[in-house]
Write a protein that binds this ligand. Structure first.
Ligand SMILES: [Zn+2]
Length: 438
C-alpha cells in the first residue's frame, strides 16, 4: 500500500495521450505535485491510501487547458474598444490606453483577474506577452499558476523599457531569475514583425539558441500586415523571419491568417508551432487561419484566446468549440478538426509549442498534476454518448468544478481556494472607474 496526497476518482478520464482514448471509471493518483498513475477505480483500494480523495462521479477529467497566447493583464481593458479592425483598434484605442495606464499595479491586478478567470474555466497554463513580465511572473507564482512568461520586445518605448537594449537586458535578467522555477518558464516575445526591426531580431535569435527558449510572436495576423511588409521590406513577414534565421521549432507563430501553400510546407519542414486564436481573428475580422491544411501538413497547432480586449473572454472551452466549427466552415470539410483534435490543440499541442510537453499537457505518469474536471451531469450536456464531443460542442465553463495545478487544488467544487473573488471584482471596478474618467 502506497500513501499518496490525492486520489481523483472520475466517471471519465481523458488522458489526451494516447490520442483518442476515453477511460471509463478511472482514477488519478497524485503525489508530490505529480501524476503517479492513471488506473481503473476498482483497482485503487488495494494499491493506494490517499490523504485526500475527490469523487467526481459525473465528471470528465482532462489535462488542464493550455492557453498558448494571451495578454493576461489586458483583462482590465475588456470591452474598452470593440467592433473595430486591428490597426484602428491598436493605434487609436489600445496603444494610447496602454501608454496612459500600464504600470506594475495595472499588470498585477489585471493578471490576477485573468488567472482567476482562467482557473475557473479549466486553464492551468498560459503563455503571456506583456509589459512588466516580472510582475506577471510574480502573480503566477503567488497564485500557483503555470505560465510561460514572454520577454517582451517592441520598437517603441513603454513604461517597462525605453529601447531594444533595455527590453533585452530586462528580459534576460528575468529569465535568469526564473530559470529554476517549476511553474514558470520564459520565451522571448517580440511583438510582431511590423513592430520589431532586424537588429533586435538577430539578438533574440542568438540568445534563444543559447538559452534554449521559444520565441513567441504575432505573425501574419492580417492581410494588411503582409502587404505593408512587402512594401517596406520587399518580402512577406514569414520570408523576412526565414531570412533572419527565425524559422525553427523554437518559433511560436501566433494567428497566421495569411498563408500560401508553400508557406505551410515551410512551417511543417521547420517544425514551427502555430497558435490559432479563432475568436480574436473573428472579432477583429483578421482572416481565417487554415488550420485544417496546417494539421494535414503535420504542423503543431495550439490554441490561444489572445487578450481579453480582443476576444473578450479567456475561455479555452469556448475557443475549442469555435476552432472546431471554424475549421469546418473555412475548409468546407465537416471532418476538419474533430473533437479529439480540438482537445489536443488546447492541451498537449500548447505544451509542445511552449517546450514544456515533458511537464504538462496530458495525463501521464511522471507529468505534473495539471488537471481540470468538468461536470457533464447538467441538462445541457445530456445524454453523454461521447464525453470529448460533449466537452467541445456542448459544455460551458460554468461546468468546470475542480482544477489542480502542480497537484494543488486551486479550484475546489467551483471555488477558488487561493484567491479572493470579491476583492478581485472590487479592484476591476476601481480600474474601470479610473480608466473611464480618463
Ligand atoms: Zn495577441
Amino acid at each position: 500500500m502506497q500513501t499518496i496526497d490525492t486520489l481523483i476518482n472520475a466517471r471519465w478520464v481523458i488522458p489526451v495521450e494516447p490520442d483518442g482514448l476515453t477511460l471509463d471509471h478511472h482514477s488519478i493518483a497524485v503525489h508530490g505535485g505529480k501524476i503517479v498513475e492513471v488506473l481503473p477505480t476498482k483497482d485503487v483500494a488495494k494499491k493506494y491510501h490517499a490523504t485526500e480523495t475527490v469523487d467526481l462521479k459525473t465528471h470528465a477529467v482532462i489535462p488542464g487547458l493550455v492557453n498558448a497566447h494571451t495578454h493576461a493583464a489586458m483583462s482590465l481593458f475588456r470591452g474598452l474598444a470593440d467592433d473595430l479592425p486591428l490597426m484602428d483598434w491598436l493605434n487609436n484605442h489600445i496603444w494610447p490606453a496602454e501608454a496612459k495606464w500600464v504600470s506594475p499595479d495595472f499588470v498585477r491586478d489585471g493578471t490576477e483577474l485573468a488567472i482567476a478567470e482562467m482557473l475557473k474555466s479549466g486553464t492551468t497554463c498560459f503563455s503571456d506577452m506583456y509589459f512588466f513580465p516580472d510582475v506577471t511572473a510574480r502573480a503566477c507564482h503567488d497564485a500557483g499558476m503555470r505560465a510561460c512568461i514572454g520577454l517582451i520586445m517592441i520598437d517603441f518605448p513603454s513604461a517597462w523599457a525605453q529601447n531594444a537594449d533595455e527590453y533585452l537586458h530586462k528580459g534576460l535578467k528575468l529569465h535568469d531569475e526564473l530559470r529554476n522555477s517549476e511553474l514558470i518558464s520564459t520565451a522571448f516575445a517580440p511583438h510582431a514583425p511590423y513592430t520589431v526591426s532586424d537588429a533586435p531580431f538577430e539578438k533574440i535569435r542568438m540568445y534563444a539558441d543559447e538559452l534554449d527558449i521559444p520565441i513567441h510572436m504575432h505573425v501574419h495576423e492580417t492581410a494588411h500586415e503582409v502587404d505593408a511588409s512587402v512594401k517596406q521590406h520587399g518580402m512577406r513577414p514569414l520570408a523576412r523571419l526565414a531570412k533572419l534565421g527565425l524559422l525553427s521549432p523554437r518559433l511560436i507563430a501566433v494567428h497566421m491568417t495569411q498563408l500560401l501553400p508553400e508557406e505551410i510546407k515551410l512551417l511543417a519542414q521547420d517544425n514551427v508551432s502555430v497558435v490559432h486564436c479563432p475568436e480574436s481573428n473573428l472579432k477583429l475580422a483578421s482572416g481565417f487561419c487554415p488550420v485544417h491544411a496546417l494539421v494535414k501538413a503535420g504542423v503543431n497547432v495550439a490554441l490561444g484566446t489572445d487578450g481579453a480586449a480582443s476576444n473578450n473572454s479567456l475561455d479555452m472551452l469556448e475557443e475549442m468549440h469555435i476552432a472546431a466549427l471554424l475549421a469546418k466552415g473555412a475548409s468546407g470539410e465537416a471532418t476538419a478538426v474533430p473533437a479529439y483534435t480540438a482537445l489536443r490543440m488546447a492541451t498537449l499541442n500548447g505544451a509542445k509549442a511552449l517546450g514544456i510537453d515533458n511537464r504538462t499537457g496530458s495525463l501521464a505518469a511522471g507529468k505534473a498534476a495539471d488537471i481540470a474536471a468538468i461536470d457533464l451531469s447538467v441538462i445541457s450536456s445530456q445524454p453523454v454518448y461521447e464525453p470529448v464531443s460533449q466537452i467541445v460542442y456542448a459544455t460551458t465553463r460554468n461546468q468546470v468544478s475542480d482544477v489542480w495545478v502542480n497537484g494543488k487544488h486551486l479550484l475546489a467544487d467551483y471555488r477558488l481556494t487561493g484567491m479572493d473573488e470579491a476583492a478581485l471584482r472590487d479592484k476591476a471596478i476601481e480600474w474601470h472607474d479610473k480608466i473611464k474618467a480618463g
